[in-house]
Design a protein around this ligand. Structure first.
Ligand SMILES: Nc1ncnc2c1ncn2[C@@H]1O[C@H](COP(=O)(O)OP(=O)(O)O)[C@@H](O)[C@H]1O
Ligand SMILES: [Mg+2]
Length: 397
């Protein structure tokens, strides 16, 4: 059928026509914004999940919701080099401009920010901000960020608006900045300011301890999102086509569900190719059958190969050994045994894979898993496993 009308969205962050299975998170966010508007507190979310399960799409949906409720929103995709406090200061500056405050209100904001150590007013008028965290201790960073959010929150509230920060790839957040943000949001919430953050990232978001941890538990829930249930996966696959009066044969849907196993990226990619290959409605089982290898090839290039290119030879061998064990999570010792090495000999390789975002340490101590679903299958397709020689095996303790 005509690719121009193809409704599927197999691209990172692309809003699918049917946002299946996320009603709970969307409802929590709707309530959150509604309550912030009334000066009431509510928990926000730090969403955790593997690559391709729909975290970015969900943050984008939150953004739309907040904007349609008259809030200002700021979306950031963090990288290992991001300075979140710097970015929030820039956002604050932009928000304060967009709020079109009166001259008196601007004076009030300036007065509130005048004495800060790390955040400086850049001019004699207006609200230009510069951030310098060098030499600042954590208490100062957190205190200054609190003052900034309080001033911003009060300004937004005076205009019946509010501010939502959307932070994607939050596993890259620096710990000092994470704790500072938590404590600043905690202050803002205590003062009933219409300000919040919602975040998403891989499962290994930095752990918090002590006060920061108890604040975070009050401010956020930590939902884990995964693949879709069978009903949601069916809706995600069938509905986009149905809206254009295109149906599937029941067996075609069953085949698609069993191949995609509820994983949103697979659903979008398979739907796209089944649509393009089909001659007319209903899309048949043969169409889906023919689309599977094409979709697989597209997934290999778009989500797996780009990642493995970042790995060294040693790291690839490690991942291939993981895959040899079947589905994860994997005990580090078992991976080592598959390589004929000692766990300690290859712990650096493991750490590099984690730093590169290819693997993560699961909650069970000493276990790792891939950050992309079904990476084990890809590794088995991608390269042969070489069992360690008997000499290598003997060196094992
Ligand atoms: N709830 C959903 N229902 C159907 N498709 C979805 C859903 N969430 C995400 N997708 C699709 O899955 C893919 C990955 O989504 P994305 O938000 O980029 O994942 P993540 O940020 O978790 O890596 C995209 O092609 C997107 O259109
Ligand atoms: Mg994402």
């Amino acid at each position: 059928m005509d690719p121009i009308g193809n409704p599927y969205t197999p691209n990172a962050g692309s809003r699918p026509p049917e946002l299946a299975g996320r009603a709970g998170e969307l409802e929590q966010f709707r309530v959150l914004v509604g309550r912030l508007k009334r000066g009431a507190a509510e928990q926000s979310m730090i969403i955790r999940g593997l690559r391709g399960v729909g975290k970015t799409v969900l943050l984008n949906a939150f953004e739309d919701r907040a904007e349609s409720d008259g809030f200002l929103t700021y979306y950031h995709e963090l990288t290992p080099d991001s300075s979140l406090v710097g970015e929030i200061a820039r956002d604050a500056q932009s928000a304060l401009a967009r709020l079109k405050l009166s001259a008196r209100a601007v004076k009030g904001v300036r007065a509130a920010l005048e004495h800060l150590g790390t955040i400086r007013l850049t001019g004699p008028e207006g609200i230009g901000l510069a951030v310098d965290l060098r030499q600042a201790d954590e208490g100062t960073i957190a205190g200054d960020l609190s003052e900034l959010l309080l001033a911003l929150g009060a300004a937004a509230a005076s205009k019946r608006s509010g501010v939502v920060f959307l932070l994607d790839e939050v596993q890259f957040i620096k710990e000092v900045e994470y704790r500072s943000l938590i404590s600043a949001l905690h202050r803002a919430t205590q003062k009933n300011m219409p300000i919040t953050a919602a975040a998403a990232g891989l499962p290994q978001i930095p752990r918090l301890t002590g006060e920061a941890r108890s604040y975070a538990e009050r401010l956020f829930t930590f939902p884990v999102i995964a693949g879709l249930s069978e009903d949601d996966a069916r809706a995600a696959f069938v509905e986009p086509a149905r809206r254009q009066q295109v149906d599937y044969e029941p067996d075609a849907v069953a085949l698609a569900l069993s191949w995609t196993r509820g994983y949103p990226f697979y659903i979008q990619q398979l739907g796209k190719h089944a649509w393009n290959l089909a001659k007319s409605s209903p899309i048949t089982t043969e169409d889906v059958q023919a689309a599977i290898p094409v979709a697989q090839q597209a997934l290999d290039t778009s989500i797996y190969e780009v990642r493995i290119q970042r790995a060294t030879r040693e790291e690839r061998r490690y991942m291939r050994a993981m895959a040899e064990l079947g589905e994860g999570p994997y005990r580090s010792g078992d991976v080592a045994a598959k390589l004929g090495r000692r766990t300690t000999e290859i712990s650096m390789t493991r750490q590099h894979l984690i730093d590169k975002g290819l693997a993560y340490a699961t909650e069970d101590y000493g276990h790792v898993d891939f950050t992309v679903p079904r990476f084990d299958e890809f590794m088995r397709r991608h390269m042969p496993y070489r069992a360690p020689s008997s000499a290598q095996r003997k060196r094992k303790p």
